[in-house]
Design a protein around this ligand. Structure first.
Ligand SMILES: NC(=O)c1ccc[n+]([C@@H]2O[C@H](COP(=O)([O-])OP(=O)(O)OC[C@H]3O[C@@H](n4cnc5c(N)ncnc54)[C@H](OP(=O)(O)O)[C@@H]3O)[C@@H](O)[C@H]2O)c1
Length: 256
């Protein structure tokens, strides 16, 4: 049984790979940095004796995603677990955002998730087994000034996953979204400010929450009790309160 993890070179992706390999899955590792993927793959083979396939791909591009699906078909790989984990955020005022990076953020965080589900879910339904995990975020629960695009992409992922959960509810395929809060990975460094939200959970905690949610067929889960409570408060607060609070909480460092 193959599991495909996107963003397998990053903090959460590596933890997903580790868990899936430990469960006996052969793992397909996808992202752009193949050297990092190869290193992770070698560790999985050594520790768990599973097979690994490394596929370098910039998933923000539609043609690359189609090539990836063709590559899987050519290799005879049937993906039974899809973890749509690759994603990144940008921090800063919207009017100053780099347009190309912003478009890649939407392409990767939203379009790639939808496209890979569309490419791989039909096979799971035909075979009568499979799981899809889409990585959203607690950023999905309220708009976040200075992370406006990122938060909106994660709201998209959560909404999309909930709909897909219902569409697959009477099938053997399981679909869930995980909403991690701040987690100890290179994410904030890549976003350009590693000092915001310094209280962080571990990738392993996020992965454990994810697979518990899949087991009980939950449409989504928030990792960590405190994140879950804060998320509920944010979701049910008026916009005029929730959004200014979010702005203060995620204020880029060095700003008043
Ligand atoms: N860390 C947090 O606090 C946190 C909280 C909530 C949600 N999340 C979500 O968790 C997921 C994983 O993030 P992380 O925390 O593990 O951060 P990370 O360590 O920065 O990992 C991001 C991963 O995405 C991959 N990626 C970036 N651009 C890509 C592209 N164009 N094509 C293919 N892969 C690409 C990166 O690989 P390459 O550079 O090799 O391409 C890397 O493997 C993301 O969806 C993020 O939004 C993170």
């Amino acid at each position: 049984m193959h599991a495909l993890v996107t963003g397998a070179s990053g903090g959460l992706g590596q933890a997903f790979c580790e868990h899936l390999a430990e469960q006996g899955h052969d793992v397909v590792l996808v992202s752009r940095r193949t050297d990092e993927l190869e290193r992770t793959a070698a560790g999985l083979r050594e520790r768990y004796g599973v097979q690994t396939v490394v596929l370098g791909a910039d998933l923000s591009e539609e043609s690359v995603r189609n090539d990836l699906a063709a590559d899987l078909r050519a290799r005879g790989i049937q993906v039974d677990v899809l973890v749509n984990n690759a994603g990144f955020g940008t921090i800063g005022d919207f009017v100053e955002a780099d347009v190309d990076r912003m478009n890649d953020e939407v392409g990767l965080n939203c379009a790639a998730v939808v496209h890979l589900c569309r490419l791989l879910l039909p096979g799971m339904l035909e075979r009568g087994r499979g799981s899809i995990v889409n990585v959203a975020s607690t950023a999905a629960f309220q708009p976040i000034p200075t992370m406006a695009v990122y938060a909106a992409t994660k709201a998209f992922v959560l909404s999309f996953t909930h709909a897909l959960w219902e569409e697959t509810r009477d099938t053997p395929v399981r679909v869930t979204a995980i909403c991690p809060g701040p987690t100890d990975t290179p994410f904030f460094d890549s976003a350009g400010d590693d000092k915001v939200l310094s209280r962080r959970r571990t990738p392993q905690q996020v992965v454990a929450s994810t697979f518990k949610a899949l087991e009980r067929r939950a449409p989504s889960v928030t990792d960590g009790l405190l994140n879950a409570v804060q998320g509920q408060v944010a979701r049910h607060s008026p916009v005029r309160i929730a959004v200014p609070v979010a702005r203060r909480v995620v204020r880029p460092t060095g700003r008043k």
